[in-house]
Design a protein around this ligand. Structure first.
Ligand code: G3H
Ligand code: 13P
Ligand code: NA
Ligand code: ZN
Length: 328
């Protein structure tokens, strides 16, 4: 059944677990996420970005989730809209049946220019009022995602703030977070702690100076009843990086957010952990490997099956590591 983010994260807080929120764009990703959840008895958060809607088209995306709920009626599913750029985007998603929306007012509607605190409060509060009338949950974001090493948002395809960010913009302030939650009424709050979207997060395995897990603890101490969200939380598996490069790919040396650091976050109020890049890497690695090893194959179902299996294993590992296996 479809449930709201609030319902799921309240349960997660009560039982001390975290939820991976996987981005999905196509059939294989949705199937991998659901098959893994079914095997370990985990609830599900599937999130769709503006890019996903552009890729699949809104009706296809919506019906993929309807199909997932129909095929797995015993699994609670949250359908979440990732990074809404303006209230109108969130409104459209609410009308199309999403049970949760993110209003990302940390950036202006161009999704490149850092916004003021006042702008962020204004758009986020408007979305929360609208969404709560119809039982839909709202995630807000305070602080800008980006690297504490370079000050850059990172994403190679241009999503995220443009230009260099200050240390202050890159780390959510605990007092401001408390005020933001009070002024907006959000159900969950995405915070900035030095992570960024995409595969190129850290040039070395991260330590406390570039991945600020301590900041999560300070924020959680200040607002213990608020569900915290970590974006840019792919772990960038070195095994998949190696396979991609072994079979014709060319990705540079890079590191993600270690699962153990996410587990530390979950001990301190993190309830939703956004993961997209890891599924992309598992899928690409599996397809590259399959096609290299099966040069006579031309049935797409064969390499897509390899892709789904690789993504499923990754989803299962995250459900288990975050403590939500057995919680459906
Ligand atoms: O916000 C970043 C997510 O990884 C979604 O990426 O905008 O390319 O679909 P996307
Ligand atoms: P990754 O790029 O680390 O997978 O982050 C995804 C994300 O935060 C989606 O909102
Ligand atoms: Na989100
Ligand atoms: Zn994100």
């Amino acid at each position: 059944a479809l449930i709201s983010l609030r319902q799921l994260l309240d349960h997660a807080a009560e039982h001390g677990y975290g939820m991976p929120a996987f981005n999905a764009n196509n059939l294989e990703q949705v199937q991998a996420i659901m098959q893994a959840a079914d095997e370990v008895d985990a609830p599900v958060i599937i999130q769709a970005s503006a890019g996903a809607r552009k890729y699949a088209g809104e009706p296809f995306l919506r019906h993929l989730i309807i199909a997932a709920v129909e095929q797995y009626p015993h699994i609670p599913v949250v359908l979440h809209q990732d990074h809404g750029s303006e209230p109108a985007v969130c409104q459209a998603s609410i009308q199309s049946g999403f049970t949760s929306v993110m209003m990302d007012g940390s950036l202006m509607a161009d999704m490149k220019t850092p916004a003021t605190y006042e702008y962020n409060v204004d758009v986020t509060r408007r979305v929360a009022e609208m969404a709560h009338w119809v039982g839909v949950s709202v995630e807000g974001e305070l602080g800008c995602l980006g690297s504490l090493e370079s000050g850059m948002a990172g994403e190679e395809d241009g999503s995220g703030a443009e230009g260099k960010l200050s240390h202050e913009q890159l780390l959510t302030d605990p007092d401001e977070a408390a005020q933001f939650v009070k002024e907006t009424g959000v159900d969950a709050l995405a915070i900035a702690i030095g992570t960024s979207h995409g595969a190129y997060k850290f040039t070395r395995p991260p330590t406390g100076d570039i991945l600020a897990i301590e900041r999560i603890k300070e924020i959680h101490a200040r607002i213990p009843d608020t569900h915290l969200v970590m974006h840019g939380s792919s772990s960038v598996p070195q095994e998949w990086l190696k396979i991609i490069n072994e079979y014709g790919g060319d990705m540079g040396e890079t590191y993600g957010v270690p699962v153990e650091e996410i587990q530390e976050g979950i001990k301190h109020g993190v309830r939703k952990v956004n993961i997209d890049t890891d599924l992309r890497m598992a899928s690409t690695g599996a397809v590259r490997k399959f096609l290299a090893e099966n040069k006579k194959e031309f049935d797409p179902r064969k390499f897509l099956k390899a892709s789904t299996a690789a993504m499923k294993d990754l989803c299962k590992a995250r459900y288990e590591a975050f403590g939500c296996a057995g919680m459906a």
